[in-house]
Design a binder for this molecule. Structure first.
Ligand code: BEZ
Ligand code: FE
Length: 292
């Protein structure tokens, strides 16, 4: 549709008026962010020639997202995730530094205060799934070990659910441990399996309307903190998983895809698994220096 030059002037003048309304803002960062937001928002509305019905649908969508959000469910972060805004914010704020391990999304299922386990301990705490031995080292970008780093790990069970989704107060498949003097870590987990993001709300309806799947590629979450280093929030993904190219929140990075080897026989720590199958994976983590 073409618009007359009079109409184009009227629309541009409105944008200018709104931009000017922020001129007296004394916080330069706030001013920059809001003026840029207004400019892009007006450009978007003009670009798609947004109808008033569409504007109302958007308001209803956001209202519904607000209503379903509580201290356990954050529909706005989910929206940011499925629009790729979370991953773009991570990209902007975590520039590659040498061979430091890449970051990916937090997801909504991290819980502060997880149980502490020793090196070689079991983070599943009874969660259903195939046992998986996870081991690796944490070093700086010069290859020096990082001892006593905090490693938080959490994941869904084989039914695709995190402990907090059972709503029975259980704590399972989440724990923290610390690296040893050699920067090494190891623990038992369950082999990750794919699961859907929460899709019974407006974000799920949006995905269905555009024919997108709510499934996430199978993964195991890590949060690593060590004094003097950039905090690392990441996951590892399972090589060969069909969903790697189709993750609902765009969280997959090639460097984070790891081989989960099928294993049988004696386990690394002598644990008896009564003939059950198990897997093992190695994930060597490299931390970027703080402020890099
Ligand atoms: C997750 O990893 O569990 C997750 C990440 C983003 C949105 C929903 C779930
Ligand atoms: Fe997850």
């Amino acid at each position: 549709m073409t618009t007359s030059s009079d109409q184009q002037h009227r629309e541009a003048a409105l944008t200018d008026t709104v931009l000017r309304s922020f001129e007296s803002c004394t916080d330069p960062r706030l001013k920059l962010v809001l003026q840029s937001l207004v400019q892009h928002l007006h450009d978007f509305i003009r670009d798609v020639r947004l109808t008033e019905d569409e504007w109302r649908t958007a308001i209803d969508f956001l209202t519904e997202a607000g209503h379903i959000t509580d201290d356990k469910r954050q529909e706005f972060i989910l929206l940011s995730d499925v629009l790729g805004a979370s991953m773009q914010t991570i990209a902007v704020n975590n520039e590659a530094f040498k061979d430091a391990t890449e970051s990916t999304v937090w997801g909504p299922f991290f819980v502060d205060g997880s149980p502490e386990i020793p090196l070689g301990g079991d983070m599943t705490l009874g969660a259903a799934g195939e046992p998986c031995w996870v081991e690796g080292s944490i070093t700086d970008t010069d290859g020096n070990p990082v001892p006593d780093a905090l490693v938080e790990v959490w994941e869904a069970d084989e039914n695709g659910r995190y402990d907090v989704q059972y709503r029975d107060g259980r704590t399972a498949a989440r724990a923290h441990l610390r690296t040893g003097d050699d920067g090494g870590y190891r623990f038992w987990a369950v082999t990750p399996t794919p699961y859907p993001i929460p899709h019974d709300g407006p974000v799920g309806a949006l995905l269905a309307a555009v024919g997108r799947s709510p499934m996430r590629a199978a993964h195991l979450h890590f949060l690593v903190r060590a004094a003097g280093y950039r905090e690392l929030v990441t996951h590892i993904f399972v090589e060969g998983d069909e969903l790697l190219a189709d993750d609902a929140v765009f969280g997959v990075k090639a460097s984070l895809v790891k081989q989960f080897e099928r294993a049988r026989g004696a386990t690394p720590d002598g644990r008896e698994l009564d003939g059950r199958s198990w897997s093992r994976v190695r994930f060597d983590i490299v931390l970027a220096p703080h402020g890099s």
